[in-house]
Design a protein around this ligand. Sequence first.
Ligand SMILES: Cc1cc2nc3c(=O)[nH]c(=O)nc-3n(C[C@H](O)[C@H](O)[C@H](O)COP(=O)(O)OP(=O)(O)OC[C@H]3O[C@@H](n4cnc5c(N)ncnc54)[C@H](O)[C@@H]3O)c2cc1C
Ligand SMILES: Cc1ncc(C[n+]2csc(CCOP(=O)(O)OP(=O)(O)O)c2C)c(N)n1
Ligand SMILES: [Mg+2]
Length: 568
Amino acid sequence: MSMTGAQALWESLLREGVTEVFGYPGGAILPAYDAMLAYPIRHILVRHEQGATHMADGFARASGRVGVAIATSGPGATNMVTGIATAMMDSSPIVCITGQVGSKLIGSDAFQECDITGITLPITKHNYLVTRAEDVAPAIREAFAVAKAGRPGPVLVDITKDAQQGTCEIDWAATEPHLTEARDDALPGDGDASEAIALINRAERPLILAGHGVMLSGAEREILALAEKAEIPIAVTLLGIGGVPASHPLNLGMMGMHGEAWVNTAIQRADLLLALGMRFDDRVTGNLKTYAPTARKIHVDIDRAELNKNVRVDVAIAKNLRTALAEWLPGVARGDRSSWLRYLEELKGDSAVRDIQNLPDNGHLYAAHVINDLWRLTGGNAVVVTDVGQHQMWEAQYYKHDLPRSLITSGGLGTMGFALPAAIGAKIARPDAEVWVIAGDGGFQMTMPELATIVQEGLDINIAIINNGYLGMVRQWQEFFYERRYAATPITGPDFVKLAEAFGIWGRAVDRRADVVDVVTAARQHDGAALIDFRVEQEDSVYPMVPAGADLHKMIRRPSPIVETAAD
Ligand SMILES: Cc1cc2nc3c(=O)[nH]c(=O)nc-3n(C[C@H](O)[C@H](O)[C@H](O)COP(=O)(O)OP(=O)(O)OC[C@H]3O[C@@H](n4cnc5c(N)ncnc54)[C@H](O)[C@@H]3O)c2cc1C
Ligand SMILES: Cc1ncc(C[n+]2csc(CCOP(=O)(O)OP(=O)(O)O)c2C)c(N)n1
Ligand SMILES: [Mg+2]
């Protein structure tokens, strides 16, 4: 088959099952855009290339499919860097395609030339510089295979203008990637199923730490089967939320810096930790020297490099989690851990008296209340895409996710500005889902031009801005650790309702708890995008909090009881 490199690009994307791409045109990618018109692929025009990468990422996280972002050379490509790093840190499979100056101009500081493969080398799983038309199809095909294989992640394909314009003969069968199979075989020192089973069957106070890998490997059923058979409680990471239903009686909730106090206490008291598809991030462990001091540890991760990286373990298994759990299940004995479960239940009582949900209504509008109301009103069925900051932690605590892939959030890089574009990607991937953005007033302002993308594409996305007039999470650190010196954290913004209206979006502001239900209901009923500006209590803090690097059990707790009046 004879075609141009540009045609080979779209033909390859079609063959990978791609139906939507997120992008922004420019000179070096123009031949590809010109060829695009002949292919049945929907192009979503973004307002900034960072948005395209977050959209591809949100698309991937919501669906499990590979998201695709396209940009021109130079500034188009460099605008993608933050989104690529975000996807890399959270193991999200995306393919980014960039135009590059003509191959003969490379190295001449040509107009909009930039070494994007050099720049993205450390933040991609792999990247390609394609300089000949005949190499386009094999590179795209391999890029998809690499993005999905093993531990997923971002791949970049940089295609010179002459490679897009040149013609070539393509034998599709010959474009099949020849990747070395990921090594699933054990190496010396690796643990095996029998060692894991023996530790589980002996344990009196076991605890599962369920991470993002549960969803990435599709092990939602197997992990519950293990927990139920052996009566093992489960703690989840931020990115593990949704992998185990929040309403399951064995699910204790989130661990770590802003995790539930009883979960962190459970980790410190456990005699066995089963770390399943999670990577012991420092937000999760606190001080490594005092982490889970009484526990033996089993770690399953598909990426061997994660094993014994942050936490030394007794049994390290480099394997797809679902396969590993299926191997363990027959050998795991039915357990009775009722005294351990009773102990954990008692710990919860102490937290309940401090929980803001249980405090009397004092007339103030708290973010935690807003998010809890959103959870109730959406029946817990929405796909929620958060930004980064206090609102992100309150979402994790107070929106109870029962469904996998229903919380989409930037965990590892913590990228402000992620939510709005990632929600667009999620909505494109799952048009029938009710999609909510929960963003802070700071992060929202980083990518708010994507409101125009929502309107141009006619997307029905609901947006909740948790507007506290501060870069709240940083303000909280200043309150706790810098004697309330609020350097550069008070932040103003536009009138978000008028802003929404300027874009042609329905908007309302809420500053009383009594109005939350009515306005959220109206937003849900409104046909088309809706934005709510929740003007919340300005100086509230997220509790509990393990100060960075502190022992996991040394948490700052919400003072209890808070006796406040409406006049406070
Ligand atoms: C403001 C802020 C506060 C935060 N506070 C907290 C907090 O309190 N608690 C918390 O938990 N997090 C918190 N985080 C998030 C934290 O930084 C990490 O992103 C998160 O803990 C990572 O979760 P994870 O290890 O499950 O997921 P990932 O980082 O995505 O790691 C997943 C692991 O699973 C492995 N894997 C992938 N596929 C498979 C497979 N098929 N089989 C087996 N393994 C597989 C991967 O190799 C990887 O090691 C916070 C982030 C921010 C921005
Ligand atoms: C791109 C980027 N810049 C800076 C930070 C550091 N940071 C983390 S949380 C935060 C404050 C977020 O403020 P806002 O969006 O208003 O959310 P809030 O914490 O108030 O809910 C900042 C500045 C970041 N995570 N990302
Ligand atoms: Mg804020």
